[in-house]
Design a protein around this ligand. Structure first.
Ligand SMILES: Cc1cc2nc3c(=O)[nH]c(=O)nc-3n(C[C@H](O)[C@H](O)[C@H](O)COP(=O)(O)OP(=O)(O)OC[C@H]3O[C@@H](n4cnc5c(N)ncnc54)[C@H](O)[C@@H]3O)c2cc1C
Length: 502
């Protein structure tokens, strides 16, 4: 039997989870005067959810360098002089969201995401979170000047670990208690309003009462059974890129008390991920099992054949959907193949110790080394591909250069280079799932809605476990801004509702 006692504690708001969305919600509720407690299922050393696994890249709308200066006052005049930051307007952000989700993103939630992105990062900066430009991954140097591409310019200091640490410190400084190894297992309700949650810790089950509960416990990608049930057969074979603690608890608890499911329940964010990566993410490696330089590669499957357009768009707009395509290949793997011409462009993650890689001085030798691949078919494929490259169009990694192949069953639309100059390198990738797209239905103020589309009194949700924002695909860097924008709103709404109902 659970302890009915509240351990003598008295809280206005319980936040479930301690990732980016949760900590933003906690900070926002505290700012409005609430007594807030955060429940984190993981032990402290593994806390912070998927947010901690990220590189900390954050998509935000900005009009130019003056806006960026507000977020990053440490930018020096020299850095500004050497960089073309361009713009990423709200309209561009909208266009990206509608294009990659094939117009399915909920227009109201999407509008909030886009229009509040900048002010929310400014608010986080005010809480002590620092940002910097993503020099390493999102900008290439051309004619002595860094040029940013793909709408992704800002990252948190210290990446995901730095972001979570800064937010955790901000919470502690403001007296917000974070309870680790504390898993919310059930929402307490009188049938009309939530009254708290049941909490399981090692050796203890107790009821923690409060008039408002904010769910920020992530998606269901960490649960192989739910993955297979909702995403489809084969998904139990995917590797989980991030935390092992996001097993759909928040979603299930809310559905159990009548919440409405919403969004793309069979969809998820999934990328090319080292084929031999462990079952779950490893905080020591972070996101480095990913292999995101595929736009400069030729990607072949076990049959030795290309199966997608590696250069369809900037990496930011294709990476999140190509994990699924790799999972669907025979044996659930592919090889990314590069030749000397582009090796200097490969991202840092290609140089980690835990990498599945082969190197060869001839294509024939490479064909023999590509484990699981029909070598003869591979050589034919590369020959046909090389012959189809429009080498008369200059290669430029900063823009969609139109350097393409012509006449192939599957053409490469940009950045097509021949594969002919040794040394050759190839990297074996499988599918790594990041997070699931389906989740709970919320109103614009993050109140969780029931099956009659009415708010469930006292229940709020933000972050990965909210449905309706991402469908099919996702523009890179949107997960953190999604958690921050709706986390901030959730904290404020929870307190405003408490005042209204008092
Ligand atoms: C490897 C990797 C790289 C990524 N890179 C980026 C990037 O650069 N930029 C970007 O925008 N996005 C990135 N993402 C996506 C991003 O991580 C997520 O979209 C975002 O962090 C989700 O935030 P969240 O707060 O909703 O969930 P999380 O950060 O996952 O937090 C959920 C929390 O809930 C806790 N929890 C779960 N169940 C319970 C329970 N029953 N009781 C209590 N606590 C519970 C978990 O332990 C966890 O702390 C990346 C993801 C991964 C895995």
């Amino acid at each position: 039997m659970p302890d009915a006692a509240n351990s003598g504690d008295s809280f206005d708001v319980i936040v479930v989870g301690a990732g980016n969305a949760a900590l933003c919600a906690a900070l926002s509720a505290q700012e409005q005067g609430a007594r807030v407690v955060v429940l984190e299922r993981a032990p402290e050393e593994e806390s912070g959810g998927n947010s901690r696994f990220t590189a900390g890249a954050i998509r935000v709308a900005y009009r130019g360098v003056d806006d960026l200066r507000e977020l990053m006052p440490d930018l020096t005049e020299d850095e500004i002089a050497q960089t073309d930051f361009g713009t990423y307007t709200e309209d561009q952000f909208f266009d990206d969201m509608f294009r990659v989700t094939r117009n399915r993103t909920d227009p109201v939630l999407c509008e909030i995401l886009v229009r509040r992105s900048f002010e929310t990062l400014k608010w986080l900066r005010g809480k002590g979170v620092r940002f910097q430009p993503i020099w390493g991954r999102q900008a290439f140097k051309v004619d002595g000047k860094f040029k940013f591409w793909g709408g992704l310019t800002v990252e948190a200091w210290g990446g995901g670990p730095g972001l979570v640490q800064a937010e955790t410190e901000a919470c502690r400084k403001r007296g917000i208690e974070i309870r680790y190894r504390s898993r919310a297992t059930r929402i307490l309700t009188d049938g009309f309003r939530v009254q708290g949650v049941q909490v399981k810790t090692p050796g203890r089950l107790y009821e923690l009462r409060a008039p408002a509960v904010i769910l920020a416990a992530g998606g269901f990608q960490g649960d192989a059974e739910m993955r297979t049930r909702y995403l489809g057969p084969g998904w139990e074979l995917a590797k989980v890129r991030g935390t092992r603690f996001n097993t759909g608890d928040g979603i299930k608890m809310a559905l159990d008390i009548g919440a409405s499911p919403f969004g793309n329940w069979s969809g998820c964010h999934a990328v090319q991920w080292d084929f031999n990566a462990p079952e779950y993410g490893d905080l020591a490696v972070g996101d480095a099992f990913q292999k995101h330089s595929y736009p400069w590669s030729v990607l072949v499957n076990a049959n030795g054949r290309r199966f997608l357009d590696e250069g369809a768009d900037f990496r930011n707009y294709t990476y999140a959907k190509y994990g699924r395509v790799v999972l669907e290949q025979p044996g659930n793997f592919a090889w990314q193949v590069f030749d000397r011409k582009v090796l200097h462009l490969l991202r840092d993650e290609y140089r980690i110790k835990q990498v599945t890689k082969v190197r060869a001085d001839t294509l024939e030798e490479l064909a023999q080394k590509l484990e699981g691949v029909d070598g003869k078919a591979f050589l034919e494929e590369i020959r046909a591909y090389n012959a189809a490259v429009r080498t008369d169009i200059p290669f430029n990694p900063n823009v969609k250069d139109g350097r393409r192949t012509e006449g192939l069953a599957i053409n490469k639309s940009n950045w097509a280079n021949t594969i002919e100059e040794p040394p050759f390198e190839a990297y074996q990738v499988g599918c790594g799932i990041t997070f699931t797209f389906g989740g709970l239905r919320i109103d614009p103020e993050t109140r969780v809605l029931d099956q009659d589309q009415e708010p469930i009194g006292g229940l709020y949700a933000c972050g990965e476990l909210v449905g309706g924002i991402f469908y099919f695909n996702y523009p890179g860097g949107s997960g953190l801004i999604n958690g921050a924008v709706f986390g901030k709103i959730a904290g404020a709404t929870a307190v405003a509702d408490l005042r209204r109902n008092a």
